[in-house]
Design a protein around this ligand. Structure first.
Ligand SMILES: C[S@@+](CC[C@H](N)C(=O)[O-])C[C@H]1O[C@@H](n2cnc3c(N)ncnc32)[C@H](O)[C@@H]1O
Length: 263
């Protein structure tokens, strides 16, 4: 990752930081995805445990897990995201640190759990180093629980019928795309569950993988909840029933992968 790429991520996400929490609070799909992520984490790693959070943004999840009794070290590359996270208060079991996902080897502590929520790792063009670093950062039998944007999303693909070809097909680009994030051009790559696990399989068991926002509207279509309340309720219900079916993680907006270090 070049210095200029790092700076674009820092500035681009930083430009979104002030609106980030308000955006998240009003977005029902994001709230539902967070609830799923929390349930997943809490079912595999009980509090108290030590947690390293990657790409923590404004610290929404970091505060959630710290409040639940975990000891959390939360990291991100964006100064402004971290500034806003720190401004939310201090807890003795929560610390924030500026850290690039590509330089996790700089951390000396070891953890029971490493987490990354809402596609931070999609900003990496290759996951080999991440896989090695996360392995080193975990205690024996530790968990890596991560939410990732896959290479195909049913809802996004349906934009083809509205003539939005570029957006509808962007995830399929094997080498990634350049996305506009906070007025900066940032590299994003979508990983199918298979491609993702190929990076991790030598050192991790794949314990579980579930799709998120499969038939129910994803994050950018949150206004559907106001427009079609009964349909979205039904779609949420269907998603809950099918989220662990194999195909779900290939077609939703995100998937959550639960990996466990083999030794
Ligand atoms: C979509 S936000 C998700 C934030 C947070 N995980 C959440 O759930 O709200 C993505 C975050 O990833 C961070 N990020 C992107 N690339 C990164 C990198 N190479 N190193 C560290 N953080 C990075 C951004 O600064 C941003 O805060």
């Amino acid at each position: 990752m070049t210095h200029s790429e790092i700076e674009k991520i820092n500035v681009g996400f930083g430009n979104m930081a002030d609106e980030y929490d308000a955006m998240q609070d009003t977005n029902i799909p994001v709230k539902k995805m967070r609830e799923k992520f929390y349930t997943k984490v809490e079912s595999f790693v009980k509090s108290p445990a030590t947690v390293l959070e990657l790409n923590c943004g404004t610290g929404i999840d970091a505060f959630y897990f710290a409040d639940a009794g975990y000891s959390v070290t939360a990291t991100d590359i964006s100064d402004k995201m971290l500034m806003n996270a720190r401004s939310k208060g201090t807890l003795k079991n929560l610390s924030f640190q500026k850290l690039n996902l590509a330089e996790l080897n700089k951390i000396e502590d070891r953890f029971d759990l490493v987490i990354s929520n809402l596609g931070g790792i999609n900003c990496l063009s290759d996951l080999s180093k991440l896989s090695r670093d996360v392995y080193e950062l975990l205690n024996p039998k530790g968990y890596f629980i991560v939410s990732v944007m896959p290479q195909f999303c049913l809802w996004e693909f349906a934009l083809i019928f509205k003539g939005e070809f570029k957006r509808a097909l962007r995830r399929l680009k094997r080498d990634g795309v350049i996305a506009n994030v906070g007025r900066e051009k940032i590299f994003v790559k979508y990983y199918s569950p298979k491609k993702f696990y190929d990076y991790f399989k030598s050192n991790f068991d794949l314990i579980e993988i579930t799709g998120l926002r499969i038939f129910a509207p994803p994050q950018p279509a949150s206004n559907w909840y106001q427009k079609h309340p009964s349909i979205t309720k039904l779609l949420d219900f269907i998603d809950d029933k099918i989220e662990s079916f194999y195909f779900s993680c290939f077609i939703g907006d995100y998937y959550i992968a639960v990996l466990q270090k083999v030794k």
